[in-house]
Design a protein around this ligand. Structure first.
Ligand SMILES: *Cc1c(COP(=O)(O)O)cnc(C)c1O
Length: 470
């Protein structure tokens, strides 16, 4: 096998794909059923040369790829897998480091130590915090909430990490009604239950209502975890940390923040008023593969109390931090032992963009969102539902129509947009109504792309109306 030739083929294919982004539609050419058919064959019995395997993979996969790296992909909060991160990630795979432990994998461990420091500085979170490099915000939330669960129960004399939850004092979990669905999943994995929580009422942007929060907190006794949010998935809204955190703190609660994308408002002075007070919390979950543009999979579990973080995640029975805190084992902060060396891509993205570059990118995306909202808001049949302060937007068509007809029209416009492929957006339900949602989180998306998107959306609406769709 000619390794160099093989790697060259893969790199050339990767470059060809990325260079062709401007010419590709923002939708898969082929759906799941046909993709399944394209891959389906009996279990291979005989060997096949790697070059042929890669050529075959490309030819089978390409038509079913969604242009998630494209500048007008607004479907979900998806980062652009920036080439600098992708290149570092290729090396990560080639180097084959099992990044669990600093003795086994010195560079992979050291790069995480440095990238962790950089992340705390970028996000301006307490510098004593520990950072686990995980697969994404779902597992970051899980990891942080595991630390929370242990800490609040140990305060009342129960160690759930050693003894589990059977017989433990009850833990109250308070969470906003508009929290991301994966936070409920994290609670489910932790034995805290996704339905056992106290759901906090929210305002029209999805923010926890401070009055209701104070009233509910006053009734809380015993161990308590409060889950707040930086960046609601539809509206982009932030909970009012400066007001809520002190109330929760007074009751001795552990305060966790899901900031999968919104925590990145911290990197730019222009947006920091949105996340004010977020640093007062105890733990934070965020993603690298969203606004930092690392390739998938990459998220960060950040915990102020390093000992609680380690106790929740340490794989051996030795709960206590090692004497030498100068050496960091990546696996002590995450659920996995064998794991990808995620620090390399994170390091490469921060090194490439720098703090200024990251701030400019976040601002550029937010300006694009504001421009798009402005352009669409002027149209008589389009209503922008949320206050577009960040990168998220929810839109409804036929705002003057009765609800069911507006729902139908909105669904029809989304379908027309997806059919055409100039941009990609999806739908959601918000306050009982069908909406179209847009997330602007790709490093390439600026106001020029926003203008193209506004035109595409208005044209889709016109096409639907011309076909008699309201
Ligand atoms: C994306 C997202 C998550 C889940 O993160 P993954 O990286 O997909 O695991 C959680 N919360 C919010 C607000 C998100 O946007």
């Amino acid at each position: 096998m000619d390794t160099e030739a093989l790697f060259r083929v893969a790199a050339a294919e990767a470059a060809r794909y990325r260079n062709s982004v401007p010419d590709r539609p923002h939708r898969p050419v082929r759906g799941y059923a046909e993709s399944l058919a394209a891959f389906s064959e009996p279990l291979p019995v005989e060997a096949c040369e790697p070059e042929a395997v890669i050529a075959d993979l490309v030819s089978r996969a390409e038509a079913g790829l969604h242009l998630m790296v494209g500048p007008r992909f607004f479907g979900w909060v998806i980062g652009g897998s920036h080439p600098a991160g992708v290149a570092a990630d290729m090396l990560t795979s080639a180097w084959g480091q099992n990044a669990g432990n600093h003795v086994a994998a010195p560079s992979a461990s050291a790069v995480e130590t440095v990238a962790a420091r950089w992340l705390l500085e970028l996000l301006d979170l307490p510098r004593e915090s520990s950072v686990g490099f995980v697969t994404g915000a779902t597992i970051a939330n899980f990891t942080c909430l595991a630390a929370a669960r242990g800490a609040v129960l140990r305060r009342v004399g129960w160690d759930p990490d050693a003894n589990g939850l059977f017989g433990a004092p009850p833990v109250s979990v308070l969470i906003g009604d508009d929290a991301h669905t994966t936070v409920f999943s994290a609670l489910q994995y932790l034995g805290l239950g996704h339905d056992r929580v106290v759901r906090l009422p929210t305002d029209r942007e999805g923010r926890i209502r401070p009055d209701a929060f104070a009233a509910l907190m006053a009734a809380i006794e015993g161990p308590c975890i409060v889950i707040l949010q930086a960046g609601q998935i539809n509206s982009g809204a932030f909970d009012d940390f400066s007001t809520l955190v002190p109330i929760a703190r007074e009751r001795g609660a552990w305060i966790h923040v899901d900031g999968a994308f919104g925590l990145w408002a911290q990197v730019t002075p222009a947006l920091r008023h949105l996340s004010r007070g977020v640093d007062l919390a105890d733990s934070w979950a965020t993603d690298g593969h969203k606004w930092l543009q690392t390739p998938y999979d990459c998220g960060y579990a950040i915990v102020r109390d390093e000992a609680a973080h380690r106790r929740a995640m340490t794989i051996a029975a030795s709960y206590l931090p090692t004497a030498s805190m100068g050496e960091r084992d990546p696996s002590h902060y995450v659920p996995e032992l064998s794991r990808r060396a995620r620090g390399f891509a994170t390091w490469a993205m921060i090194k490439h963009l720098g703090r200024e570059g990251i701030a400019r990118m976040v601002e550029r995306n937010c300006r694009a969102a504001a421009a798009l909202a402005e352009a669409l808001g002027q149209h008589p049949d389009i209503a922008v539902i949320n206050s577009v302060d960040l990168n998220q937007m929810i839109i409804r068509f036929g705002a003057s129509l009765e609800p069911e007809r507006g729902d139908r029209l909105t669904r029809a416009v989304i379908a027309a947009i997806q059919e055409e492929g100039e941009i990609f957006t999806g739908g959601a339900e918000w306050r009982g109504l069908q909406v179209m949602r847009l997330s602007i989180s790709n490093y390439q998306t600026d106001e020029v792309e926003a203008e193209r998107a506004a035109t595409a959306i208005k044209q889709a609406l016109d096409r639907v109306k011309a076909l008699g769709g309201e």
